[in-house]
Design a protein around this ligand. Sequence first.
Ligand SMILES: [Zn+2]
Length: 157
Amino acid sequence: MNNKSTEMRQFSGGATRNDDPNRLDYEGFLSPLVLRRYAQYLNKHREQADGVMRDSDNWQNGIPREVYMKSVFRHFMDMWAGHRQAWDVDMEESCCALLFNTMGYLFETLNRVDEKDPVLNGWSFNCGVVGCNEQASFYVRPLKMSLCFDHNEKRGD
Ligand SMILES: [Zn+2]
């Protein structure tokens, strides 16, 4: 245990909290201005060609990384052109479009368990079946469940 990793913080009222410098500081890393503009962009693009509104998390149902990559290139060209004033570009829209496709690509990457070798990465998962303590050797995407050999064999019964 690293003693430097966690220090106690005492407030003037007497309350104390652990002060972990490794805690992810979303409040500082992210900007409300940027996130709101991004949400406005996403909301605007929720209407499908057939007039039906997509669920906000529709993209999380899975879009191939190849699709995101082609879109990244198109929107990057726009952003670059806007930056260089090569042609007229709505820079806010362009930045949001790149964000969307980058986030989507990252989402798909994080969910690609089959590309990540748990042994190489030193991960170990237990079987996701309640009461089973076997080591998992199969992973059900997107990272929702890991199964031992026996339980994987029984899947689909
Ligand atoms: Zn099992």
